[in-house]
Design a protein. Structure first.
Length: 533
């Protein structure tokens, strides 16, 4: 019996936030694998998308699903990436294989396994908890439009990715009472960023073909950066938000060229004034790469109003709109459950439940943001002058992206991902984060929330920011840089997942294409030194 050959698929635009290109005619597009999977006859398929492999019968959905589930089970107790596995996924996958064999494939994602964030409503028995134990037995009355569209294209919902509870509104990033503390995989006890933590880590570690996240302010691109995967936050409004929890009405969204000749790229250099030297060094190298690909670099540029100190847009007035939105949108979201055993109907109910339930760790994780939102939400209505003024200020900040691009006649802004979130978030502008490099071995460890925020081997990203509705152009620019550098392939994870074939079903022998029984139990997940071979 020969050792099965495996391949590592590039990240491409399969991302923590959106696993497909919404600019295609189908509105869905094709996700790409980033996981070692078995191939037949030893052919080289290192640049082939998952949909092509399924269409050519080189893979079956059932075998692929079992492989992913086994990989999740191996490492999940260590890094808490997935809060629930869809136990019906294998049966659904067999149905997809049968449909494909009869020429009835539904779409470009037929049979492709997707993890979804814990705030997207489903009606197939998977729990929509937003990370709160009080919603474990709650049942949504309808399914999120995004989930419906995935199913229409033949995708299989593999499970629910763990994410920051209540979309990062009350706790440590990456932690939820339902899923535990998600950790990154490039350093022991690595901070994963939030709130789409499990979506990013699951994609990086090859626990799914792609994953859905959501973003209010950095919740897709920041976790993607720390997992060395591509994260895309589309223009707000491009993807449906119906059937998911949102914090902000103007910011929340569901998050997915060979050369750059003629592309003009702006660098608002004043935003870099507090960025660490390693990030600056990698960023300058990235800019040089884009220049070598034919891009015209316009440097320096600047926002007319916004800067990193946010002196012109901080304070109570600026925050009023977001807090009022949280107050009302939690009530709206909770009204979508047809069954709600703990009677969680308002933000006040959620705060009371959290304080009364030990598993919610109210003292350790905090409730300050929720309590502030409750106070402000009760004080100001959405038709109040204070709310309108706050929204006007946020909208003014949001227009900074298009004003800069128009002023300097540029196609995209580029910045290190750490400082690229604002003001694109309030502007509802598309952002794509792509791996840019890694902290070097001599990096001093810096901790945040008891986890390693900065340290040797931890990934860094560069973000491409565009005008609203310029998503397709932005993907092209980001893709050109990603393909020219392929930084993800140079990183070294410190979590080992050695399941590359289907435990229980066996694996393909590449000599005869038969499935060979595999009686050896996979190893438990483990950490290993980034310096070890």
């Amino acid at each position: 019996m020969t050792t099965p050959k495996t391949i590592d698929y590039p990240t491409d635009i399969a991302s923590a936030g959106v696993g497909w290109n919404t600019g295609t005619a189908s509105k869905i597009g094709s996700a790409h694998y980033s996981v070692p999977i078995i191939v037949k006859k030893g052919r080289d398929y290192t640049r082939v998308s998952s949909s092509v492999l399924f269409q050519s019968t080189l893979l079956t959905a059932a075998i692929t699903k079992q492989t992913y589930i086994t990989r999740i089970e191996q490492v999940n107790s260590m890094i808490h990436v997935v809060s629930e596995i869809n136990r019906e996924a294998i049966d659904v996958a067999r149905e997809k294989d049968e449909e494909r064999s009869r020429g009835l494939a539904q779409g470009s994602l037929h049979g492709v396994p997707i993890l979804i964030k814990n705030l997207l409503f489903t009606t197939d028995g998977l729990k929509t908890t937003l990370g709160c134990t009080g919603l474990l037995e709650a049942i949504p009355s309808f399914e999120a439009t995004t989930i419906i569209k995935l199913r229409e294209q033949g995708a299989i919902i593999l499970g629910v990715a763990n994410g920051s509870q209540w979309a990062n509104n009350r706790c440590t990033p990456g932690w939820s009472a339902v899923g535990g503390q998600c950790l990154g995989v490039y350093h022991k006890d690595q901070h994963p960023k939030g709130s789409s933590s499990g979506s990013a880590v699951g994609t990086a570690l090859g626990l799914c073909a792609a994953a859905l996240g959501s973003e209010t302010s950095g919740s897709v691109v920041l976790p993607a950066q720390r997992s060395a995967v591509v994260g895309m936050k589309p223009t707000v409004g491009m993807t449906s938000r119906y059937g998911m929890y949102i914090s902000s009405d103007i910011q929340d969204t569901v998050g997915i060229l060979a050369r750059l000749d003629g592309v003009r790229i702006a660098i608002p250099r004043h935003i870099l004034k507090h960025v660490d030297p390693t990030t600056i060094h990698l960023f300058e190298n990235a800019v040089d790469t884009m220049r070598s690909l034919g891009a015209a670099i316009v440097d320096p540029t600047s926002y007319s109003t916004f800067d990193t100190d946010r002196s012109s847009c901080t304070g109570d007035e600026y925050d009023i709109a977001l807090k009022v939105d949280i107050y009302h949108n939690i009530k709206k979201t909770l009204s979508y459950f047809s069954t709600n055993p703990h009677s969680l109907f308002t933000l006040s109910d959620v705060i009371a439940y959290t304080n009364a339930t030990p598993a919610e760790e109210a003292t350790k994780r905090g409730l300050g943001h929720f309590e502030s939102a409750l106070e402000v939400g009760k004080k100001y209505a959405r038709d109040s002058e204070e709310y309108r003024n706050s929204m006007a200020e946020r909208n003014r900040m949001g227009r900074q992206i298009s004003k800069l691009l128009d002023k300097f006649d540029c196609d995209s802004i580029v910045l290190p991902t750490n400082v690229a979130v604002e003001p694109a978030d309030v502007g509802g502008c598309p952002v794509v984060s792509v791996p840019m490099g890694f902290y070097p071995p001599e990096t001093e460890i810096v901790k945040q929330n008891g986890m390693v925020e900065v340290g040797p081997g931890i990934p860094l990203g560069i973000s491409f920011v565009g005008r609203r509705w310029d998503d397709e152009k932005l993907i092209g620019v980001a893709y050109a840089y990603e393909q020219a550098t392929r930084w993800r392939e140079r990183g070294r994870m410190v979590v080992r997942c050695d399941v590359e074939v289907v435990t229980g079903f066996g694996y393909y022998d590449d000599d005869d294409d038969d499935v060979v029984d595999n009686d050896e139990k996979y190893n438990d997940g483990e950490y290993f030194s980034a310096d070890s071979e």
